[in-house]
Design a protein around this ligand. Sequence first.
Ligand code: NAD
Length: 285
Amino acid sequence: MNQSTCEPDFFTKHVGGPAAQVQLKGAKMGLFTGKTGLVMGVANDRSIAWAMSESLFAEGAELAFTHLPSPSSERRVSRLVEAQNPKLVVPCDVQKDEDLERVFKAVEQTYGKLDFLIHSIAFAPPDELKKPYLQTSRAGWHLAMDISAYSLVACSRYATPLMPHGGTIVTVSYFGGEKVMPGYNLMGVCKAALEHSVRYLAWDLGREKNIRVNAISAGPMRTLSSAGVPGFDEMREHAAEKACLNRNVDFKELGNTALYLLSDLSGGMTGEVLHVDCGYSIVGL
Ligand SMILES: NC(=O)c1ccc[n+]([C@@H]2O[C@H](COP(=O)([O-])OP(=O)(O)OC[C@H]3O[C@@H](n4cnc5c(N)ncnc54)[C@H](O)[C@@H]3O)[C@@H](O)[C@H]2O)c1
């Protein structure tokens, strides 16, 4: 093939031209080299946010982390991330505006900017999920919606000033936000609010700010959060049985999808909910 008709290679296209290729010979370059992100939602090494972090670290990203404000959360997350030596690992309860303000101020002081934000946070009181949706309490509704849906709006608002030249935001949803999944109940309604927030945020942030907002709708994964969903193991078995690929998705596949959504590879995409569920959601059976 004539040289001039060749497709430019991956790094030339997405990392930055021939100079980047020259640098590649001496130093390790990745898709995210020089990019800084804040990861909200790592609880342990089974967290979806941790799978995303591992993929991002492998591509050279600089990551800051938040954890729930408790000594055990701090210990667990600090231990998990220490090999990567992140500059910032800070406590944050997304229900508290003062925590959000402090976290994003610390990001600004430490890095001066943010290229991307991962929001991988949800909570509903376990008792609320055990009863029929009809019996959802007002207090349970407010708490679950605040942590699982409103927090994306608040975090996006705080992140925006740190992304003056554009950026990307990714959150994590579940199919129970589109269809009834018995047992998922109140959390399904939170995911519906989260997914529609993705679309409204994509509109608000896309025009002048060039910030893209997308969601991954992940297949069922065994994590700390999913342990609180009644009948979760049966849901997982059923999903694997029905999915086009006849299996459940794995953590690495979710992590790598985050690479796509957070990088220029998905540059023309915003306001989307991308199903990473081995094709479960397209089957009507
Ligand atoms: N596990 C699954 O099957 C599955 C499937 C689809 C979507 N999701 C979604 O993925 C996201 C991550 O969940 P996961 O499964 O990795 O479980 P996880 O328990 O590892 O992560 C949930 C995170 O939410 C954080 N969190 C809860 N309340 C908070 C608060 N007030 N302030 C700050 N952080 C708070 C927890 O500290 C934890 O880090 C959630 O939005 C969840 O709904 C999970």
